[in-house]
Design a protein around this ligand. Structure first.
Ligand code: COS
Length: 384
């Protein structure tokens, strides 16, 4: 336990209240305006939500993974965009530094990420490099005591707001694989660092994504995370392992909300003289959603607990992310079906969540990449 039980329970209660009283009423506005109000971001900072997973010695709350996923179950109750604005500071935008950063890098960046003073962002994907992350082309060439970074990164969450980027770039042009890649901390505002225009998305409105373009961006040699070349791919993979458990937890949270919406609607809506909840075909859909959501929740908790015990959870993280993201897709589909015609209208929450959840099966590794990782780990374990 990073926190004593009472303090943690209080944190969960506070976050639950904040979500229901402040965030849920704003969901439609955020979807329509594609913007989270500034005062909400400020309230999130005051609650410490930007530093949930950052160690206490650097100003964060320092939750372990089990605690973090329990909070993610809560955060999943509302639009994923609210989770996204704090998500990179707690996940892919900070964990490279938390896991592998030098003491100086940790001291310099983690307190600002924990307080929300700056937003962290993670630059791995490129226009021609997605699932095959080890083939990335962005280069970092040594010149004196600096590296010169060139390349384009794509679909970068929170890039338009970011103050610091974790950037994977190839430092060894002769090594075209994972071993030629290093991870850098790169501050926004450097000459040659540019942004594409914000991408228009299917859902998760209010969460912003754009290209990050590096044109001869010069960074000091000590910007390499951990100070050693060639470790960047492993840094990225370790970050994604923890991130995938967290995404899976968010999927469980959203599924719980969708089930609640479905039960409420089925109880209120009357057809053939009675509430549709009385009909067994509706009950079957509710039961399937509840069963699958419960299964995903147990997987997430098991993966988180194993990780907190220091076990290798590459396979469990991939299983949880794969199952939970597919599960919430099915739950959202049933929620729309239970709502009938109303489920297709923007006026009802399930229409928005149906669009929002589609991304969970894609980012931080597609379902197909999770399948590949799971099978590889199975074969590795079999071979001993
Ligand atoms: N933790 C630590 N190290 C890891 C690791 C992990 N989870 N996964 C791989 N590595 C290490 C390997 O052990 C290997 O090290 P050695 O060379 O010392 O043996 C090295 O990294 C290369 O690994 P591997 O050979 O498995 O790399 P592949 O190119 O075959 O691909 C996949 C690995 C497909 C799993 C990886 O590219 C991937 O996760 N792709 C999806 C990327 C993604 O999620 N993108 C989403 C956008 S970011 S939000």
């Amino acid at each position: 336990m990073a926190l004593d039980q009472e303090t943690f329970d209080q944190l969960v209660q506070t976050v639950r209240r904040f979500i229901r009283e402040r965030l849920v009423p704003l969901e439609r506005q955020v979807d329509e305006t594609d913007r989270i109000p500034d005062e909400i971001v400020e309230e999130m900072k005051e609650l410490g939500l930007f530093g949930l997973s950052i160690p206490q010695e650097y100003g964060g709350i320092g939750l372990n993974v089990t605690e973090e996923v329990k909070l993610a179950f809560e955060l999943g109750y509302t639009s994923p965009a609210f989770r996204s604005i704090i998500g990179t500071n707690n996940g892919i935008g900070s964990q490279g530094i938390v896991n592998d950063g030098t003491p100086e890098q940790k001291a310099k960046y983690l307190p600002k990420l924990a307080s929300g003073e700056i937003i962290g962002s993670f630059c791995l994907t490129e226009p021609d490099v997605g699932s095959d992350a080890a083939s990335l082309r962005t280069s970092a060439r040594m010149d004196g005591n600096e590296y010169v970074i060139n390349g384009t990164k794509r679909y970068i969450t929170n890039a338009p707001h970011a103050g610091v980027f974790t950037v994977m770039a190839r430092t060894d042009p002769d090594n075209k694989g994972a071993g030629g890649i290093s991870a850098f901390v790169v501050e926004n505002g450097l000459p040659g660092l540019k942004f594409g225009k914000a991408d228009k998305k299917m859902g998760q409105k209010g969460a912003h994504v754009c290209d990050v373009i590096f044109e001869d961006v010069r960074v000091p040699a000590d910007s390499i995370i951990g100070g050693k070349e060639g470790m960047g791919f492993k840094t990225a993979m370790k970050v994604l392992d923890r991130g995938r458990i967290n995404i899976a937890a968010a999927c469980v949270g959203v599924a719980q909300r969708l089930i609640e919406e479905s039960v409420r609607y089925a109880t209120e809506r009357k057809q053939f003289g009675q509430a549709i909840a009385n009909y067994q075909l509706i009950q079957a859909m509710l039961a399937d959603s509840q069963t699958e959501c419960y299964a995903a929740k147990m997987m997430v908790l098991d993966a988180a607990e194993k990780r907190d015990r220091g076990e290798n959870t590459i396979q469990e993280a991939a299983c949880a992310k794969y199952y939970a993201s597919e599960m919430v897709g099915r739950v959202a589909d049933r929620a729309v079906q239970i709502h009938g015609g109303a489920g297709y209208l923007a006026e009802y929450n399930v229409e928005r969540f149906y669009r929002d959840v589609r991304l969970f099966r894609i980012y931080e590794g597609t379902s197909q990449i999770q399948q590949l990782i799971i099978a590889r780990e199975m074969l590795k374990r079999f071979a001993g």
